[in-house]
Design a protein around this ligand. Structure first.
Ligand SMILES: [Zn+2]
Length: 289
């Protein structure tokens, strides 16, 4: 309820859960029963490398061989967390912006989620879908989601593609280009998402009304996807103004998790995100009524 997924609603958490489960050699389905995955078979064939520890419960303890998590802050304010995990040669880059639906201006409900969709429209350096295509070409996956207090984007790719992913993500922190035709068609996509996930979903309708009643005079009472009549009126200017207000290194946390070394990550992050200027208008503390 609190998280609205870009594209396939709910898939992000399912993916994360299944990735974890696969490492153990099983995947848990919706009914709670477990089934062996193809990857698990592969682990057994690869036993000699001792890479995936396919033998029973020990597999989840393998992270002890990884370095400890590290964190640092760039001079421009970007907070970085590195979580090494050397079990598989893959890496997840995830950026969390400290902005969610509760930060929207009055009358513009749904704007944070709408902007999340628009962040895939491209920049002058990497126009239309180039980022998404690069993720797919690398054999990776990506998604984004919006909550009451955050908006997050991630890519899950083979480790050798991390530098490129970082360059794309840094580029769209400030380089987003929005054309009217893209914005209006994407607004229709969001309205359709509203139809599917809320209007035709009794549980979500109830949740929407409950939150509105519980948070009578607080931004948490607004639905993350927005009130339909307000979504319908969101414009390119609304999205761009909001984008410029909140997208800055000193309003974000970058997480890199996977087969990486913290020291090397520091230099790559500095090269890619380090040149983006701090935005002085972003308050040190988040304000809530
Ligand atoms: Zn969405």
């Amino acid at each position: 309820m609190n998280v609205d997924q870009h594209g396939m609603k709910g898939d992000t958490m399912k993916n994360l859960i299944s990735v974890t489960a696969k490492a153990g050699g099983t995947a848990t389905n919706a009914s709670g029963t477990t089934t062996p995955t193809a990857l698990a078979v592969e682990h057994r064939m690869d036993d000699s490398t001792d890479l995936y520890l396919p033998k029973g419960e020990g597999v989840f303890a393998d992270t002890v061989r990884s370095d400890r998590p590290a964190s640092f802050t760039l001079q421009n304010g970007l907070q970085v967390v590195v979580i090494p995990d050397h079990r598989t040669p893959v890496v997840t880059q995830m950026i969390w912006y400290k902005v969610g639906s509760a930060d929207e201006p009055p009358g513009k409900s749904g704007l944070a989620h709408f902007l999340e969709h628009l962040m895939f429209k491209g920049t002058s350096k990497h126009p239309a879908n180039e980022f998404s295509k690069a993720v797919l070409r690398a054999g990776g996956n990506q998604n984004a989601f919006t909550g009451l207090d955050y908006t997050s984007y991630f890519q899950h790719v083979p480790r050798e593609h991390l530098g490129k992913m970082m360059e794309f993500e840094a580029d769209r922190m400030t380089g987003l280009i929005l054309k009217d035709e893209d914005v209006l068609s994407e607004r229709d996509v969001v309205l359709e998402e509203f139809n599917m996930s809320v209007a035709n979903n009794p549980r979500e309708r109830l949740a929407e009304q409950m939150m509105a009643a519980l948070y009578l005079n607080h931004p948490y009472g607004r639905p993350i996807i927005g009130w339909r009549h307000e979504i319908e009126k969101l414009t390119r200017e609304d999205a761009l103004t909001f984008y410029k207000r909140i997208h800055a290194p000193n309003n974000a946390i970058l997480i890199v998790a996977g087969d990486v070394a913290p020291k090397k990550i520091r230099s790559v992050v500095t090269e890619t995100f380090g040149a983006i200027p701090t935005q002085a208008s972003i308050p040190l503390e988040r304000l809530r009524p």
